[in-house]
Design a protein around this ligand. Sequence first.
Ligand SMILES: Cc1ncc(C[n+]2csc(CCOP(=O)(O)OP(=O)(O)O)c2C)c(N)n1
Ligand SMILES: [Mg+2]
Length: 572
Amino acid sequence: MVDVAEKVETAAPAIEQISGGHLVAKALKNEGIEVIFTLCGGHIIDIYDGCIDEGIKIIDVRHEQVAAHAADGYARMTGRPGCAVVTAGPGTTDAMTGIANAFRAESPILVIGGQGALSQHKMGSLQDLPHVDMMQPITKFAATVTSTERVADMISMAFRECLNGAPGPSFLEIPRDILDAKVDLSRAVIPKASHYRASTRGLADPAAIETLSDLLVTSERPCVLFGTQVWTCRATEAALDFARTLNIPAYMNGAGRGTFAPGDPHHFHRTRRLAFDEADVIVIVGTPFDFRMGYGKRLRADATVVQIDMDYRTVGKNRDISLGLVGDVGRILEAVTAATSGRLDSGAKKRKAWMKELRAAEEQAYEKLLPDLTSDSVPISPYRVAYELNEFLTEDTIYIGDGGDVVTISALAVQPRSPGHWMDPGPLGTLGIGVPFAMAAKFAHPDKEVLCYFGDGAFTLTGWDLETCVRFNLPFLGVIGNNSAMNQIRCGQIIKYGAERGNVGNVLGDVPFEKFAEMLNCHGEAVRQPKDIRPALDRAREAVAGGTSALVNIWVDRDEWAPGTRNQTMYK
Ligand SMILES: Cc1ncc(C[n+]2csc(CCOP(=O)(O)OP(=O)(O)O)c2C)c(N)n1
Ligand SMILES: [Mg+2]
């Protein structure tokens, strides 16, 4: 007879096992991921089970495009990578638009897609598609995980790629048998939190820093453009210090908007063309020479052009430059400011006249625009809506633009009051980012007000996820500039084909969006008179503060367009 104590001693020690889905959750937790945006599917449920154990929140949306955009929005708002988990086949293809948007916008997201079992590879399993091949051109890294032991290891690899240099998306597909299988915990490769990647925030060539500071101290009419990477690098302080110390007029685009508060002596907005025409030194920080910059062709021909960017591939692309610096834009700006501060004369004083000239032109441009912005016409002018929205913003309002022409017009007037409080899709120009960005912004910053201005066309692409915002208590204030049309496109068609053929394929129905809001237990109202805009916005603000999302449906004039739309500059 063997007694009980003896039995315990001789039994083999229990071997702890772990499944692929739980390894996913462990790896996400190691990277500091606190939430996944997802739409379920049988291929991916083990990841949810792992997330429950790791305390990772699961926000389940109604379209995978929303999941990917929300991950993108979360990354922009927090400075940490966002994560979306989608099922195989159509779940993954639905997410592609969001991944592509993050790719063009340099936003670090990890998208995990399900896949049929490896044991059924190419046999025609349910929802099987060549995801990795499809993702390759729109990600920094796309791969299949082929062993359960290496699930967490591959995730650390994907994050390393997301966050190297200019950030961007990674995609991993995990076949169902790999995800569901259990392996001995001791055999699983689980890189330790904060021990599997290094900072790649480089400081550029020290010689180039010296050259730039030489250029700036002798310049009489410099200007600087702060683009999205100023926010990506959280370089607000460095940018402010650079422009103020050297006395350089600053323009902003993309997520760089809000770096300087409106009213700051170095904040310029309406005179960029003049500055680019007349400056002797033009410093472009963290934004590519793409269509938004006329591919770099609209800069004074004999100006000294300096480009600072996180991505070597962006520097010198589309036009020759005088000097390029690659690295973390904040650290580079800090170094340049420091390099000039030891000098007897930083040149700041001699630029007073230049600053004054631009300021006068800035005020003149605003005066010219003011009658449009304050128009009392009915139907309401989209310019008036833009003006009212700008007046309505507070320091704590995160402003999101999702639409065509009404949003383009809003950019003429709306100036975010704080850094990181402006969100637009970025250079992919994707309609439908609004609701997912609002969802993510509210999740990341529950104490802030989130306001999204939609075109009626854009809202309907992802608008059903207002319900997700309700379900997860993420209230935001939506304003719809409703012209019952895809008006930005309609404009170009009318110019090209005349009124009769121009109103084809772009005219929508008159949708009472306020009723859609009410159906989802949100606050909804319609506005038809200019004087009613502000009171409606105030009531919506109150509803949102009380925890209820709101939609203000403003009927706007369909025959009013932004100057850039009339001139079709986005295609030039
Ligand atoms: C996903 C996607 N589809 C199509 C387009 C092309 N597009 C650009 S602006 C626009 C019209 C948008 O209409 P709406 O949101 O109502 O704004 P409006 O121009 O009417 O003010 C379209 C269809 C796009 N940018 N993104
Ligand atoms: Mg419209």
